[in-house]
Design a protein around this ligand. Structure first.
Ligand code: SAM
Length: 191
């Protein structure tokens, strides 16, 4: 049996931690795959915040959610993820079980609209502050497109300097594929 994909591994890390009724964030809604996953996991008593700077992404996410049973409340937010702390209800600060980032560009749309280190790094910082103890952050990195390698390095450097007493950080990466293949950074909050 092969290893699960990078995207599936991100969902595995989250699925093991996010409980029904909890709160989660999709920092990059895109086509809504992760938003739907989070909304199913957190269920009718839960809340999911889903951010994207492109209206098209939020529309695609809305369509994906339509008619799906047993979902949490989903708040679609047309803002950059670096303002997530201000966009989240004060009562939810420090209570969030999972934040998922899937960086890069929206498939099938303008590939010039990409996530950028200037906003990704503050968003990752904010996400760490929002997490509850035992909560998890995942970031899928795409070194293959212009600017993607720089962003992946910046995120990896950021994760490597997280204090070990407060966070565990890992990479999930296929080491015998091309160097530009997507890979994952996962961060778990210890306290
Ligand atoms: C690879 S896609 C995400 C794929 C998504 N997880 C899915 O299920 O399809 C990256 C998304 O990040 C969005 N994005 C780019 N910069 C952003 C920012 N500063 N804040 C929030 N979203 C951003 C893009 O518009 C794009 O939709």
């Amino acid at each position: 049996m092969g290893f699960v994909s990078v995207l599936a591994y991100a969902q595995k890390l989250v699925g093991e931690r996010l409980q029904p009724g909890e709160i989660a964030v999709d920092a990059t809604a895109g086509t809504g795959v992760d938003t739907l996953f989070l909304a199913q996991k957190s269920g009718p008593r839960g809340t999911v915040y889903s951010f994207d700077i492109q209206e098209e992404a939020l529309n695609r996410t809305r369509e994906r959610l339509q008619g799906q049973p047993g979902l949490s409340e989903v708040r679609l937010i047309a803002k950059s993820h670096h303002v997530m702390k201000e966009a989240v209800e004060p009562a939810h600060l420090g209570k969030i079980a999972a934040v998922m980032f899937n960086l890069g560009y929206l498939p099938g749309a303008d590939s010039g609209v990409i996530t950028l280190p200037e906003t990704t790094l503050p968003a990752l910082e904010a996400a760490c502050r929002l997490l509850r103890r035992g909560g998890v952050l995942t970031a899928v990195l795409y070194p293959g497109h212009a600017g993607g390698g720089q962003e992946a390095h910046a995120v990896q450097d950021w994760a490597e300097q997280l204090p070990g007493a407060e966070y565990e950080a890992l990479t999930y990466r296929f080491v015998n594929r091309e160097a530009t293949a997507p890979y994952l950074i996962g961060v778990s909050k210890r306290k």
